[in-house]
Design a protein around this ligand. Structure first.
Ligand code: FES
Ligand code: FE2
Length: 375
């Protein structure tokens, strides 16, 4: 681990032109993964969902983050993120998603209200001085920014609303807090979380992985990436010049009202560090959270968000089915190559590789990780 850390930190001070990847062991080492969890994921803000998942009082969904079993609940007053591990003998008190007035543990029926307050504990009257009212499921610190529900396990992390003030302005025209969920997908990936984030952000791989799909409309060569800033970065693409703008307007959804003709021809990918990936299409937003599970395993949670006007379209259900299929096809192209990449990273012959200018986000993520690890 010491040698790996030395190798990782040796890249400090590189810039986009001189950069190489992190050492491959940073994608396979359990010790390095543990360090990332402690220095990054336990300290930063992690996106767990969108407010459109819990529009009404009593709505809830469950999500597991860093081995913590959590649930996001809309109470009478506000949204809370609560531990869902029972205060009695630790069984989870909720599963999946739904609407509830209270959460009743399946083991011995202790029950909690929407604030996590224990309201019933059957036959506990013999337990001396036991007062249900004094027991509540722990609440995890949370903030809602642009409709996204972020949590932090740190009590000292700077407010993500402050960190993302410029990002909030950049996204304001999309009305992200009003967005509705068209559909959601979740699956586990057999590779490191950084691989998923990097592939989301860099367009160099359109040449190979998406040769028959994205490369034909949004070619790698027409992409560029913003200079580094705190908290997030952005990658931009442009529709192939020979294609009409109508190429990107075929889903059947309504395009976002604020977009100019030129903006409709652009693609826009945002990464909010460490792993909140947002892709803006002309008529929908791909909201993605990539949760680390192990050095070689990640969980991909995606919500496809649309405007309320699009969701009200009479043929919305058919549109969603078409989108689901085409979206999964593109994702499958990434997953196939990233699965192989993880295998290659474990080879003793693998080494840090030089980066193309289109892979600036890969360098930016490495730079972010080095600075967090050094802190
Ligand atoms: S573990 Fe939940 S009631 Fe016993
Ligand atoms: Fe891709």
């Amino acid at each position: 681990m010491e040698a790996l850390l030395r190798d990782v930190m040796a890249g400090m001070g590189q810039d986009a032109e001189t950069a190489s990847t992190l050492p491959p062991a940073a994608y396979t080492s359990q010790a390095f993964f543990n360090l990332e969890m402690a220095k990054i994921f336990r300290r930063e803000w992690i996106p767990v969902g969108h407010i459109a998942q819990v529009p009404s009082e009593g709505d809830y969904f469950t999500i597991d983050v860093l081995n913590e079993l959590l649930m996001v609940v809309r109470g009478t007053d506000r949204i809370r993120v609560l531990s869902r591990t029972c205060l009695h003998r630790w069984a989870p008190v909720a599963a999946g998603a739904g609407n509830a007035k209270r959460f009743s543990c399946p083991f011995h029926l202790w029950a909690y209200d929407l604030k996590g307050q224990l309201v019933s504990a059957p036959l506990m009257n013999h337990a001396k001085d036991f007062e249900p009212k004094r027991h509540s499921l722990p609440e995890i610190r949370s903030e809602i920014v642009g409709g996204t529900i972020y949590i932090s396990f740190s009590s000292t992390a700077r407010s993500i609303g402050d960190v993302l003030a410029d990002h909030t302005r950049a996204l304001a025209d999309y009305r992200p807090s009003d967005m509705q969920i068209a559909y959601s997908v979740q699956f586990d990936l057999p590779f490191n979380w950084k691989i998923a984030v990097e592939t989301f952000m860099e367009a160099y791989h359109h040449l190979g992985a998406h040769a028959d799909t994205l490369e034909r409309s949004f070619p790698a060569a027409l992409h560029w990436v913003d200079d580094s800033r705190e908290g997030w970065t952005a990658g931009h693409g442009y529709l192939k010049k020979s294609l009409p703008t109508s190429t990107v307007l075929q889903s059947g959804l309504l395009p976002f009202a604020h977009l100019t003709e030129d903006q409709k021809r652009r693609s826009l990918a945002h990464l909010i560090y460490p792993m909140h990936c947002i892709y803006m299409n002309v008529d929908r937003i791909h909201w993605t959270s990539i949760l680390p599970l192990a050095p070689d395993k990640s969980r991909w949670v995606r919500h496809v968000l649309v405007s309320p006007e699009s969701k009200a379209l009479p043929d919305f259900a058919e549109i969603v089915e078409r989108l689901r299929t085409s979206g999964l096809n593109i994702t499958a192209e990434d997953v196939a190559v990233n699965t192989l990449q993880q295998l290659g990273a474990a080879s003793s012959y693998a080494q840090a590789g030089r980066l193309c200018h289109l892979e600036k986000p890969v360098w930016q993520l490495a730079d972010y990780i080095r600075r967090r690890i050094a802190s």
